[in-house]
Design a binder for this molecule. Structure first.
Ligand code: NAI
Ligand code: MG
Length: 352
């Protein structure tokens, strides 16, 4: 098994150190770990936020664990040299089309949610967002209409194959959870959504044990705050997924607890190749102070174990250790507590 670690900028290296300690404690047989530069640090060392050798390392790995990128000292660089280009570059180069964002309320943290605690308590949803299609990648431009007005346009489109491959990822994810999948679209108005829905229904034939439902996106946004407990896995397109996944994060609460995965099509010997990272950024305001909460990073490692290395048992062990630490009141600054990065890492390791 091969893993590439890309700590990146700001709090990235601090939180990656804690994930690394958890990984070492698992003592996986035959594991090889590479470490590479991405983001501002890569620009400073190699002149590019995504050096060729980093890309080569990612391609050789079964999974990539990514910290965060973003460095205020790089703010004036041209766009293609900005640290954030490393993420976009890796997604494109590695063909990562499926974004998985779990949102779960941890016991004892219901008060952190933007929702009422008794509603927040129910949340345990995985949003599977398509990453390579939709309005973000369709034909776009600015033109002048006949009456001389400016008109902007972005074409929404999905090819059958693009829907089918994300559908398989979502159905497989539901198999490992509560066997419920809700496909979110806008099929009452959009042709793109009609095709989306047809292909999801066709794909469902391969997964008879999964209970499939469909919901329009406007209703899904309401249901996510009204009765979030009804959802297990949600699959949706790039635009709807962008919005719903951020909404789901805030239903849970702190930014320091949420992990994400970007999966590709390539199957490794152990699972699906993917890149895993916390949803937060490099937090320059607290970098180098030992204050960052490493839990989102550690939970990203758990996702890597699950999806790319086929180590479900180890993933669950890591997730349980984090949940137990939270339940025992080990809270970082993002949750209004006093625990620092190393202390939180120690607490998770002790429970592991
Ligand atoms: P941010 O997520 O880095 O920080 C937002 C706020 O949350 C800050 O107050 C920060 O201190 C706090 N925070 C974030 N993670 C935390 C953690 N683990 N523990 C405790 N507190 C935490 O977002 P911001 O400030 O908008 O962006 C900072 C830099 O990060 C920018 O350069 C941005 O482009 C980059 N960024 C990178 C991402 C990535 O690498 N995937 C994602 C989002 C932003
Ligand atoms: Mg977003």
């Amino acid at each position: 098994m091969k893993i590439a670690l890309f700590p990146g900028d700001g709090i990235g290296p601090e939180i990656m150190d804690e994930a690394r300690r958890v990984l070492d404690a698992l003592d996986l047989p035959g594991l090889v770990v590479f470490e590479g530069d991405v983001g501002g640090i890569a620009y400073k060392r190699h002149g590019h936020p995504l050096p060729e050798e980093t890309l080569t390392m990612a391609r050789a790995a079964d999974g990539v664990l990514f910290g965060a990128v973003g460095d205020p000292e790089c703010d004036n660089l041209e766009r293609h040299l900005r640290p954030e280009q490393a993420i976009l570059g890796l997604r494109a180069e590695l063909g990562l089309f499926a974004n998985l964002r779990p949102a779960t309320t941890f016991a004892g943290l219901e008060d952190m949610s933007a929702l009422k605690p008794e509603i927040a308590r129910e949340i345990d949803v995985l949003i599977v967002r398509e990453l390579n299609g939709d309005v973000y990648f369709g034909e776009k431009g600015m033109r002048e209409t006949a009456n001389g007005e400016r008109e902007g346009y972005d074409l929404m489109s999905y090819a059958e194959s693009e829907v089918r491959r994300i559908a398989h990822v979502a159905f497989r994810a539901a198999q490992g959870r509560k066997h419920r999948l809700c496909s979110v679209d806008k099929a009452n108005v959009l042709e793109t959504s009609q095709l989306w829905r047809d292909v999801i229904i066709e794909t469902a034939a391969d997964y008879p044990e999964i209970e499939l439902s469909h919901m329009y996106v406007d209703n899904a946004a309401m249901q996510l705050v009204k009765k979030p407990g009804q959802f297990d896995v949600i699959v949706t397109g790039n635009l709807f997924g962008d919005i719903l996944s951020d909404q789901a994060s805030m239903c849970v609460g702190s930014i320091g607890l949420l992990a994400s995965a970007a999966l590709g099509e390539r199957q490794t010997e152990f699972g699906t190749f993917g890149m895993y990272e916390p949803i937060h950024g490099s937090a320059p305001d607290i970098a180098g102070q030992g204050k960052a909460n490493p839990m989102a990073m550690i939970l990203s490692l758990a996702m890597l174990l699950r999806h790319s290395l086929g180590r479900e048992d180890d993933a669950v062990r890591v997730e349980n250790a984090v949940a137990k630490a939270l339940e025992d009141g080990v809270l970082g600054g993002d949750l209004g507590g006093p625990a620092g990065t190393r202390e939180i890492g120690d607490a998770v390791l002790a429970r592991l």
